[in-house]
Design a protein around this ligand. Structure first.
Ligand code: COA
Length: 258
């Protein structure tokens, strides 16, 4: 049913692959719409416990928004595009299940922004990160100015934003932009093995960890108050009873996500 992305579900992990390798997996309207639908599936499909976003081919994760769709756009249309990209990427960030980026090559512009909207990132050794919009007379519009600053700090973020320079994978690791750098053939196996571990944990607690961590950057919330609320909610779950009982009975818990 998708034309510009592919999805496959294995071991409760939804693998979402941006699939325009001849265009460096650039985010055109179709990719954005289909990505939006795939993220809706992460939210709504009970068989999905977590997701990986990656790019097709060995060269690019996503080399940005599709530049060919920018020409002729007016002020308001530019704002509409940014609203749409920000809406979808925030949906990724707010997902109640882990969504991680397996960055298999260039993650530029909207590609870097997509990776940063994910809960964390792994990179292959050939990955490159950057926000080259200034080369086009633009700035990032899908949350890049905000999330890059959150993830690597203001000085490093502004340098990258105003030079348009790319970071190699080793520097991205040093900056904390990615959690791991591995050879390309180990990228998906590594991402899957992390999520297979996460998928054994209490699903509602996993979702609440993400929500609490996201509250740090939500100016409408006090993160510590949010943590108290989410902690309290755990006590109303069957999984909390199961987890604590299983520990005391010295057996493995059987979580139902209830
Ligand atoms: N939008 C639209 N098309 C893109 C694209 C983008 N963001 N990035 C790459 N492509 C297309 C190229 O136009 C080319 O298409 P063609 O074969 O029909 O000419 C194809 O993908 C391959 O890209 P090419 O530039 O030939 O590959 P390369 O290996 O020489 O360079 C990059 C790779 C990623 C460094 C280079 O493509 C690039 O700089 N892309 C744009 C990055 C960018 O500015 N992103 C921010 C957008 S807001």
């Amino acid at each position: 049913m998708y034309t510009a992305i592919t999805t496959s579900l294995e071991n409760a992990i939804l693998l979402i692959t941006i699939n325009r390798p001849d265009k460096m997996n650039a985010l055109n309207k179709t990719v954005l719409d289909e990505l939006n639908s795939a993220i809706d599936e992460v939210y709504s499909n009970h068989a999905v416990r977590s997701a990986i976003i990656t790019g097709a081919g060995a060269k690019a994760f996503v080399a940005g928004a599709d530049i060919s769709e920018f020409q002729g756009l007016k002020h308001n249309e530019g704002m509409d595009l940014a609203h749409k990209g920000q809406y979808i990427f925030k949906k990724i960030e707010d997902a109640p299940k882990p969504v991680i980026a397996a960055v298999n090559g260039f993650a530029l512009g909207g590609g870097c922004e997509l990776a940063m909207a994910c809960h964390f990132r792994l990179a292959s050794e050939n990955a490159r990160f950057g926000q080259p919009e200034v080369n086009l007379g633009l700035i990032p519009g899908y949350g890049g100015t905000q999330r890059l600053t959150q993830l690597i700090g203001k000085g490093r973020a502004i340098e990258l934003l105003i030079t348009g320079n790319m970071l190699d994978a080793a520097t991205a690791l040093q900056y904390g932009l990615v959690n791991y750098v591995v050879p390309q053939e180990e990228l998906l196996p590594k991402a899957k093995s992390i999520l297979e571990l996460v998928n054994t944990k209490a699903p509602l607690a996993v979702g609440r960890c993400i929500k609490a961590a996201n509250a740090v950057f939500d100016h409408t919330k006090d993160g510590f108050t949010e943590e108290v609320k989410l902690f309290g909610e755990c006590f109303s779950t069957q999984d909390m009873i199961e987890g604590t009982t299983a520990f005391l009975e010295k057996r493995k818990p059987n979580f139902q996500g209830k």
